[in-house]
Ligand binder design. Structure first.
Ligand code: CU
Length: 82
């Protein structure tokens, strides 16, 4: 039982690592859609969201998916994306 649990844990760990690779493009898509919809936020916030979006894409391309997800999450917060 203990062994079975740790194998399941390992599987989850591997899956979550791989899932990040898909998570970033999904977040970027959400951000792009929100930007296209002309969000009702200030120019400074809009610029910050765009900056974070670009940073997130760059991190994603470098394989730094966790950092990318975190960075994109900040942009999503500015844009009020759930
Ligand atoms: Cu990624």
């Amino acid at each position: 039982m203990k062994i079975r649990l740790s194998i399941a844990g390992l599987g989850l760990l591997l899956m979550s690592g791989g899932a990040f690779a898909f998570h970033c493009p999904q977040d970027m898509k959400k951000i792009d859609q929100a930007l296209k919809a002309k969000p009702a936020i200030g120019a400074a916030q809009l610029a910050e969201a765009k900056q974070l979006r670009a940073e997130g894409e760059s991190l994603h391309q470098q394989g730094r998916h966790q950092e990318s997800v975190d960075t994109l999450a900040k942009a999503m917060k500015i844009l009020n994306i759930q």
